[in-house]
Design a protein around this ligand. Structure first.
Ligand code: TMP
Length: 214
């Protein structure tokens, strides 16, 4: 446990970034990492799917545009990556007193496999209870952006993966799913207007985080 702004942050050290494609969450996760690191905190930035050797292999399987798969297979692979990640990387780092910043986590499964693919939320939550029974982000930044703007931003940035090739309707359902989670858990999920410039978004995230640590 270490002190932050006068408070203990053992349980306050797990931060996630969420949002649709092109919302800028990876950039913002990295900027927050740089900020906290410069302040002298032990920080780890990681991502899902991925974060471990096995997780990166699963990520390749999941995202390759040729790998069409059953939606249940997809759901289980995301959970397999998460099981490995929480046990090998996230828990140990938190136990060590580090702050963990994760680029996507369980909310992505609720929105992409639940709202997007239409898998029953009871199934998703049951798996969630098995895979991550005792860890929940203390704060989640939902980078909110219009679907068309997000996809436009992403164009040319990298080769299109399986999800970037999905329909606009799919991404709209995912975005709505995120807004629904934020509505249900306003204490944890902070909606950030991601249509603004990188610096402005970064400043708001820092203000929100520091306020929540008090
Ligand atoms: P990224 O490219 O933003 O890192 O995320 C990889 C893709 O995986 C992205 O399109 C969202 C998707 N995804 C899910 O469908 N379910 C999940 O549980 C996670 C973590 C990501």
């Amino acid at each position: 446990m270490q002190e932050i702004s006068g408070g203990v942050y053992g349980l306050k050290g797990f931060i996630t970034f969420e949002g649709i494609e092109g919302s800028g969450k990876s950039t913002q996760a990295r900027l927050l990492y740089d900020y906290l690191k410069a302040k002298g905190y032990g920080v780890l930035v990681t991502e899902e799917p991925g974060g471990t050797k096995i997780g990166r292999k699963i990520r390749e399987l999941l995202l390759h545009p040729d790998n069409s798969m059953d939606y249940l297979t997809e759901l289980l692979l995301y959970n397999a990556s998460r099981a490995e990640h929480v046990r090998k990387i996230i828990y140990p780092a938190i136990m060590n007193g580090d702050i963990v910043i994760c680029d996507r986590f369980a909310d992505s499964t609720v929105t992409y496999q639940g709202s997007g693919r239409g898998i029953d939320l009871v199934i998703i939550k049951t798996l969630n209870d098995i895979v991550i029974p005792d860890i929940k982000p203390f704060i989640s930044f939902l980078l909110n952006i219009d679907v068309e703007d997000g996809l436009r931003r992403n164009m040319g940035a990298k080769k299109e993966d399986r999800f970037e090739l999905e329909t606009i309707e799919f991404h709209k359902r995912v975005r709505e799913g995120y807004l629904q989670i934020a509505k249900e858990e306003p204490e944890r999920v902070k909606i950030i207007d991601a249509s603004r410039g990188i610096e402005e978004v970064n400043r708001e995230i820092i203000v929100e985080l520091e306020a929540s640590w008090l």
